[in-house]
Design a protein around this ligand. Structure first.
Ligand SMILES: [Zn+2]
Ligand SMILES: [Zn+2]
Length: 258
């Protein structure tokens, strides 16, 4: 293992642990609901804009570039990038909203809908699959460049605290203990680390994993987070989405090497 590789693994471990810790922080916020509600909404709105911009302006173009270098071990057509994006998008739709009867981001207040083990465990499984690909996305980004890994990490990080909060409020609403609620946010953190570790092991699939995780990112941003933004009255939250896009553009103008 050369020193660049060691640095990359250390950076990956640092980013992965930070993302997992954000899940745990979100899970623990359930005990301080009052002040945290507003603060979580800001993260959801900023995260939605930042994630959409990262997926469309960084992850998909980078996937097309990898493809033109013949880096894929499965398909070499550039069209395959869009097939993967669509497949990643629908994977989350299937597990979060087809298998799980009731799931949405933000605080779970519909006790009737999630009562009983099936509904809450199905939603947890959907989130585990989504968070696994959060990890795959960060690691795939890092395998391409530090820049890509860095912005994908930020995209993931911005929705990690609301994600931890979402899962623990879901567990509480379904009648489970506070301990189980917190443990479920830890499971999401672990799934993220698992996704990162597997991506590093199966690094030869990066040209396939990157567009697939871009599709997952698009779903989380456009179909999980944006609906929560749109439920808010007034234009304030909607404006924050644009701020999320602007932050990515500003980072790109400042740090993107090319
Ligand atoms: Zn609900
Ligand atoms: Zn996520």
């Amino acid at each position: 293992m050369n020193s660049t590789e060691t640095t990359r693994i250390l950076l990956a471990a640092l980013l992965g642990l930070t993302a997992a810790a954000a899940n745990l922080l979100g899970g623990s916020l359930i005990a301080h609901r009052k002040w945290s509600r507003q603060f979580l909404k800001y993260f959801i709105a900023l995260g939605a804009g930042f994630m959409l911009a990262t997926a469309t302006l960084e992850m998909i173009p980078e996937s097309l570039r990898l493809r033109s270098d013949n880096a894929s071990i499965f398909f070499n057509s550039t069209n395959a990038v869009f097939v993967y994006v669509l497949a990643g998008y629908f994977l989350v739709h299937f597990f979060e909203h087809t298998v799980a009867p009731h799931f949405h981001f933000g605080e779970e207040t519909h006790h009737e809908e999630v009562h009983g083990a099936h509904a809450s465990y199905a939603a947890l499984m959907g989130l585990v699959i989504h968070t696994f690909f959060d990890g795959v996305a960060i690691a795939a980004g890092l395998l391409v460049s530090t820049w890509l890994g860095g912005v994908v990490f930020l995209a993931v990080f911005l929705h990690k605290i609301p994600e931890g909060f979402t899962v623990s409020s879901l567990m509480l609403a379904s009648g489970q203990s506070r301990r189980a609620a917190f443990a479920s946010s830890a499971i999401l953190g672990a799934a993220t680390l698992g996704g990162m570790a597997l991506m590093f092991v199966l690094r030869s699939t990066v040209a396939d994993a990157l567009p697939f995780s871009a599709g997952v990112t698009l779903y989380v941003a456009a179909s999980d987070l944006i609906p929560e933004v749109n439920r808010e009255p007034g234009a304030g939250m909607a404006v924050l989405v644009f701020l999320g896009v602007a932050i990515l553009l500003a980072l790109k103008a400042t740090f993107r090497v090319q």
